[in-house]
Design a protein around this ligand. Structure first.
Ligand code: PLP
Length: 292
């Protein structure tokens, strides 16, 4: 078992007094009740952040997204200060690892109590060097919903980072069954979306492109940082509604996510793609060096 650090939030929702915002708990002791709606229904939200030498990365962006996801599920507003304090403290305990991650979990709590549950779990990261350098094989999978359904079907919670990731994990297993490493979702009417745990980035000439978040996909924190990095390099950036033709037209493609960072795509549905090793290496160095 990899080393695990666990902090349980005393009052994870805003507006409740607590003598201390969190307490460290031995991760091998039982801390989650079997009637917690996060466990029984996947009813909650989460965030995963990279940690570099004990410093959690893009904390503001992740806490803002945790609050947005919570609002979409009509969960009480998270106590930002408590989550920040727990996140920073757990990350600090991983300072002896070059790379780690922290996972923030916020559930609707034990059924009937009306009190949400929250915890922050930290661990050293698995080695992502091969994905970052040699690249990944990707298969395109249908997500089964039209590209413009997010506004019309808000109960499907598209664009919220909910705990209900069984479908996302099944998509990755399907990709592996097909001999690939990861999946890229398209809408049922054929528009590019995102990976099950990542955002898509395309480079065409001096432009960086990514599918628009109006398509019911998660607003990626890594993608936002990649755009900032690209603009600092003189590239233009835009959010667009893209069809698979854009994959064929792209000079280079990546799946981006916290922790793994930029994984260049070396094949799509078995067709080889060239990767831009030099840009990828500079982008990953930038993402790894973040200490915010
Ligand atoms: N899209 C989905 C569905 C995800 O689950 C994730 C991360 O887990 C991402 C995109 C990438 O988000 P981030 O770069 O903020 O980690």
């Amino acid at each position: 078992m990899p080393e695990t650090v666990l902090a349980v939030l005393t009052a994870p929702d805003a507006g409740r007094e607590a003598p201390e915002p969190f307490r460290f708990v031995d991760p091998d002791t039982a801390v989650l009740q079997v009637r917690d709606l996060g466990a029984t229904r996947g009813d909650g939200v989460f965030e995963t952040m990279g940690v570099g030498s004990g410093r959690a990365q893009a904390v503001d962006a992740h806490l803002a997204r945790l609050a947005r996801s919570a609002a979409m599920l009509e969960l009480p507003e998270p106590d930002e200060a408590a989550w920040r304090a727990a996140t920073i403290a757990v990350a600090e305990r991983l300072a002896h690892h070059a790379e780690g991650f922290v996972k923030l979990v916020y559930t609707r709590g034990v059924e009937g109590t009306g009190r949400p549950t929250g915890w922050v779990l930290g661990s050293p990261s698995p080695d992502h060097t091969a994905a970052r350098t040699a690249g990944i094989d990707v298969v395109v999978l249908d997500r089964g919903l039209p590209h413009d359904s997010a506004g019309e079907l808000p109960w499907l919670l598209q664009g919220a980072k909910t705990l209900s990731y069984a479908v996302n994990m099944a998509a990755i297993r399907e990709a592996k069954r097909r001999g690939a490493d990861d999946a890229l979702f398209v809408s049922s009417d054929g528009f590019l979306l995102e990976g099950p745990t990542s955002s898509l980035l395309l480079q065409r000439g001096d432009r960086l492109l990514t599918p628009s978040t109006s398509l019911g996909i998660l607003a990626g924190t890594t993608q936002a940082e990649a755009f900032r990095f690209g603009r600092a390099q003189g590239l233009t950036t835009s959010y667009e509604v893209l069809t698979p033709d854009a994959l064929a037209d792209a000079d280079a493609l990546w799946l981006l996510s916290s922790v793994r960072n930029a994984a260049p795509i070396k094949a799509i549905d078995g067709v080889a793609r060239s990767i831009d090793a030099e840009f990828t290496s500079r982008l990953n160095a930038h993402l790894l060096a973040r200490r915010d």
